[in-house]
Ligand binder design. Structure first.
Ligand SMILES: Nc1ncnc2c1ncn2[C@@H]1O[C@H](COP(=O)(O)OP(=O)(O)OP(=O)(O)O)[C@@H](O)[C@H]1O
Ligand SMILES: [Mg+2]
Length: 342
């Protein structure tokens, strides 16, 4: 077997809430970006593992020192434990993708555009020993590559920690072509929790409950039907109507997203602006909010109208795009791209 055949290529979308991997051997996995270590020797005996990753870590969270190591797309600052958690997470993902493969691994990792500026070296250090070849690219660029939407398009990747924008002009995007906002799924959760607590001070709920209510019902614009959820008040389950709070929390994304969208379109050469407006792609799971595509088209209507469409698979779009990049890059590209500033 030649060296090239023995290589495993992987595309990784390192996300605040979920991380996904797609590999050249067909393996595809997504894990919740949580890592936990048993708090004491009893917990270690119960969970029977030195470290837990993903859903397993979440399920056992009361027994663990639980970390969600990425924040607004970056490794949380100054925490050795969070660095170790990102390492565990990546090593877990690569292990799943290897599925017995013992040869070298070349990885393309997508991170928020902003993280490229500050976090590249850190990520390189974390991945040393886990993969053999590395290319770090911006997340929305990976999505664009996977969708083959490389010319006169605009990608908006709405995740948990960040919303990442990238205008594609048929070449590797520069800093001016990209934007990162820290308004995304997490900020919706925070506002929703606050609005519910203000309206129903007697009701008890956790951040996980708020997130799952949002994921089941998120919408912008006119509500279809009233949204009622159940939570305990003084220990007794009650039903509360969260329709107005959910709408307000989800719609809080509209002004910053619309503003950035219009800014980026305005910065495109005038003859291409219309094509870009008609080729806006939404990815990231927070883009699943009902009505979001139409609401952003509403914003584009102010400047002549446009078309906004979701990618077919928002969970794997980033990882699949990174894998496509990995497969099409040649030996020189790895070096060149991994040292290229964003
Ligand atoms: N059906 C849904 N409707 C609305 N929001 C959703 C839905 N499903 C998931 N989300 C939200 O999407 C966000 C996660 O999206 P995604 O998995 O793309 O982010 P990530 O890649 O982990 O984060 P980031 O890109 O910011 O690092 C979370 O806030 C989650 O609650
Ligand atoms: Mg993401």
């Amino acid at each position: 077997m030649s060296a090239k055949e023995n290589l495993l290529y992987v595309g990784i979308d390192l996300g605040t809430s979920q991380s996904a991997i797609a590999a050249s051997n067909g393996e595809r996995h997504v894990v919740d970006s949580f890592v936990g270590w048993p708090v004491d020797m009893v917990a270690r005996k119960v969970v029977k593992k030195p470290v837990l990753v993903g859903a397993e870590a979440l399920e056992n969270r009361t027994l663990l020192d639980l970390h969600r190591p990425l924040e607004q797309g970056l490794v949380k600052e100054g925490s050795e434990k969070d660095l170790a958690a990102v390492r565990e997470l990546l090593s877990h993902l690569v292990g799943l993708a290897r599925n017995g493969h013992g040869g070298p691994v070349r990885a393309v990792v997508g991170v928020p555009a902003e993280a490229l500026r500050v976090n590249k070296q850190q990520l390189r250090d974390i991945l040393r020993g886990i993969v053999d070849g590395l290319m770090i690219v911006s997340e929305p660029f990976a999505v664009a590559y996977g969708e083959e939407a490389l010319l006169h398009t605009l990608i908006v990747d709405i995740g948990a920690g960040t919303t990442d924008f990238c205008v594609m002009k048929g070449r590797y995007p520069t800093e001016e072509d990209q934007r990162t906002l820290t308004k995304a799924g997490d900020s919706v959760d925070e506002l929703l929790a606050k609005l519910i607590a203000d309206r129903h001070p007697e009701v008890q709920f956790s951040p996980h409950m708020v997130r799952s209510w949002k994921e089941a019902h998120a919408f912008v614009g006119e509500p279809g039907e009233r949204i009622r959820v159940s939570a305990p008040a003084h220990g007794r389950p009650v039903e509360i109507d969260i329709t107005d709070e959910l709408r307000a929390a989800c719609e809080s994304l509209l002004p910053p997203l619309s503003e950035t969208l219009l800014d980026l379109v305005a910065a495109v050469e005038p003859e291409y602006q219309e094509r870009v407006r008609k080729n806006v792609f939404l990815s990231g799971r927070a883009s699943l909010m009902r009505g979001l595509d139409r609401a952003l088209e509403g914003a584009l209507a102010e400047i002549g109208g446009g078309r906004v469409a979701r990618v077919a698979d928002p969970v794997f779009a980033g990882a699949a795009g990174s894998l496509a990049l990995a497969l099409e890059a040649d030996a020189n590209d790895w070096e060149k791209l991994s040292t290229q500033p964003s």
